[in-house]
Design a protein around this ligand. Sequence first.
Ligand code: CUA
Length: 422
Amino acid sequence: TLALLLTALLPVMLGGWLDGPQSTLDTKGPVAEAQTGLFYVTLWVTGIIFVIVAAVLAYATIKFKARDSGDEHAEPPPQGHGNPLVEMSLIAASILALVVIAVPTLKGIWYTYDVPEEERENAFHVNATGYQWWFKFEYPNEMATDAFGGETPLVSANELVIPAGRPVRIELRTVDVIHSFWVPKLAGKVDMMPNRGNHLWLQADEPGYFWGQCAEYCGDSHAVMRFRVIALAEDEFNAWLANQKQTARVVEAPEGAELPASFTSYGEFEENQAGWTEEFDADPLGAWRAQQVIDPAAENTALIAAGRHAFTENKCAGCHTVRGHEGAGVVAPDLTRIGARTTIAAGLLENSEMNLYRWITEPHRVKPGNFMYHTRVVPPPGMVIMPGYTTPDPATGEPAEVNIEITDEEAHALVAYLHSLK
Ligand code: CUA
């Protein structure tokens, strides 16, 4: 009875999730469509079998229920021991059901394995690499100039921008443990395996903003190892590519500029955040577009210049790259044009000033397992995790005992600098 009730309620339950940001049933491209189509074939075949079996069971239970005839010496009903015709028919029916599921399954595996032959030349190429706990995206055929005048492929982190209506072939790698690449509305999941290449393809039929998620347990922050896919119409995509290829902008402090004595308060940060979230939820792609725009009037150039100095001085640049600037680190997310991204910390937080300030000063509280400097647990060798920065102890003015320190002023300046990178 419970099973029947749950089955009847299933469509109602699913209805609520159908258009959620990570719904596999609300498909937006051919690969996800093929996968969901297969889900429905299986659901129908097993659903029909379930209804037939449940009906026969209900019929037998009611029809042959033992009834008290009042006769203590009544003979038991005739006992049958198998019917070859019925049994052979059931075996044949089971084989038929499996074939009905197997044929589309095999077709689906072949289709989703690689870009269809006739579309291969038109495919856009991306290399995706999993790290604990973020994604690196590299565009191997889109070259840009680095700080030394050499050529380097475009690299980004946690936001994958692709052309809409075009197949995208993605090479999957990992630098540490097994991760899994999954964009529920577009394609996946395919594992990123250590020492082994893997790949998948996907296509977003229309421009849109899609959620991605690591789908293989990979440590403390697996659940918050997310990313975003932004699909753009051809013109807008080409404009985005051209902008990405430019060397990062440099904002100079005006002559004789002094930093403001006090920085933006948390109160203002919070207000900022509330407006941003509303706008973001209503229209994510619109929010992404708004994030691309530079508003020179709103920029504090002295603060930005101070932030750039702090970025280099405080060793951020040892791990992070801002292409065309001093930073050339490759172990941490590439921050070139991080100001134009809608999220930070691998899709965990919206890219507002307050969130970026929190992320820089308290990465371990934002993303569990990142670096537990308060317990002095140092990550094992080879493990690359955002280190804990700290501000001096307000009571004593003494810096805490960590290897990298940053003042509150510097943290605010870094936020301004990173947000200026668009
Ligand atoms: Cu990476 Cu789970």
